[in-house]
Each structure stands twice: as C-alpha cells, then as structure tokens.
Design a protein around this ligand. Structure first.
Ligand SMILES: [Ca+2]
Ligand SMILES: [Ca+2]
Ligand SMILES: [Ca+2]
Length: 227
C-alpha cells in the first residue's frame, strides 16, 4: 500500500508540484518568441524576392521555348510589339514581347511586360516556311547575310549571334545597360542591337533576366526537322 502511494501521489499534490513557470522562464520564452518573429519578419522579404526572381527565370525560359515553337511552326520569327498590347508591329525589330501574337502570357512577376528583339533577317510580314527559315539561318551563319543582333557584344569575333532575345527588366523595373542604350529603361528603337550576355551577373545596377537563342542553335533545330 505504501509503495502504491509513492508511485501514484494524490492528484492535488501533483498539480501543486508542477504548477506554472517562474517569471524568469516566461521572460526567456517571450524573448525567444520575439526573436523568432523578428527573424521571420526579416527573412520574409528576402524569400519573396528570391521567389520572384526564380519565377522570372522560369517565365523567360518558357517564353524562349514558345518563340522557338512559333519559329518552327511559321518559318519565321515575329516582329516586336510597339506597345504592351503584345501585337507584333510590322518592321519593328526591338520593343515589347509580341505575347498576343505568340498566344502566351507576357507579364513578369514584377507586373512588367517582357521585352524582345529579333534578328532582322528572320522576321517578315510575308508567309514563310521551315525551309526558308533554314536557308535564312544558313546565310547568317556562312556570312552571305550579316547578322545584326548580338549578345555579349565585345567585338565581331567574340559575340553570340542571336536569332532573338527576350528580357525581363527585373526588380528595378528598368532594362539595364548594355541592353538599354538611351537610358529610358526600355528596349526600343533608340537602342542598338547589342544585348547583355545571358550569364551576366546580377549586381546593384543590373538585375535583368535575359534569354537568347543562337543562330546556330535554331539552325540545328531546322536541320533536324527538314532532313
Ligand atoms: Ca533591370
Ligand atoms: Ca531604350
Ligand atoms: Ca545595347
């Protein structure tokens, strides 16, 4: 009987023995909770920022794929759009992404329309074919026609000859140098066709996401489809 009571003390005594935390314990707990909330509040904007950047990379990559699909289906690339309505403007080589013409979404996670520029020899208002596209690309590769759209342009010998570029202006909401030349933060007719490298590092002044398809790569795809 005595052993049983030692193992199972009366309920009232157990409650008394465990009653409450000391003021010091409560204070420590509150400080820890406060620190955790503070850390969370600090990390949240960083996580949102990282997430938006990842989403942007994904969107620009998907957009590149959609443009390749358009090129292979139509035998040409679309012209750029003069406005954010996304409808290509005949003869326009640099400006907004012709997202409506492509049938895709053209707005990045920062609520800005994507930008686009196209090699002049690959866009036309006339009907075209895959064979024609292949021939146009071949001429650009062998020098019969001179390419006029470059990424990472340093000199004629050390650049990426591009079929097109697609750009998100990023968190600072401005297309940055060297893709923007007249400092209006947009890709437009005042800019030259020398764009940043797709691998250009993100800095405090450059936060664009740029994707391009090289002439040689698009040519390779055409060759596979037109044996
Ligand atoms: Ca930017
Ligand atoms: Ca500009
Ligand atoms: Ca430029």
């Amino acid at each position: 009987m005595a052993v049983a009571r030692a193992v199972n003390p009366p309920p009232a005594r157990r409650m008394t023995a465990r009653a409450g935390f000391t003021l010091v314990e409560v204070s420590i707990a509150l400080v820890i909770v406060g620190l955790l909330i503070g850390m969370g509040a600090q990390m949240l904007p960083m996580l949102v920022k990282q997430n938006k950047f990842k989403e942007t990379r994904l969107l620009v990559g998907e957009t590149k794929t959609a443009i390749i699909g358009y090129a292979l289906a139509n035998g040409k690339l679309p012209y750029a759009a003069a406005t954010t309505n996304g409808i290509q403007t005949a003869g326009r080589l640099n400006g907004y992404l012709p997202w409506a013409t492509l049938g895709i979404r053209g707005v990045d996670p920062y609520a800005r329309t994507l930008y686009y520029a196209v090699e002049s020899h690959l866009a036309t208002s006339a009907a075209s074919s895959l064979t024609q596209l292949r021939s146009n690309l071949e001429n650009l590769l062998n020098g019969t026609t001179t390419p006029d759209l470059y990424c990472n342009y340093v000199s004629a010998a050390s650049n990426i000859k591009s079929a097109f570029v697609v750009i998100s202006s990023g968190e600072n909401l401005r297309v940055n140098i060297p893709s923007d030349d007249n400092n209006n933060g947009r890709v437009d007719i005042n800019d030259n066709n020398r764009f940043a490298s797709p691998t250009q590092a993100i800095t405090s002044t450059y936060d664009d996401t740029l994707e391009t398809v090289e002439i040689a790569h698009l040519y390779g795809l055409c060759v596979k489809l037109t044996p």
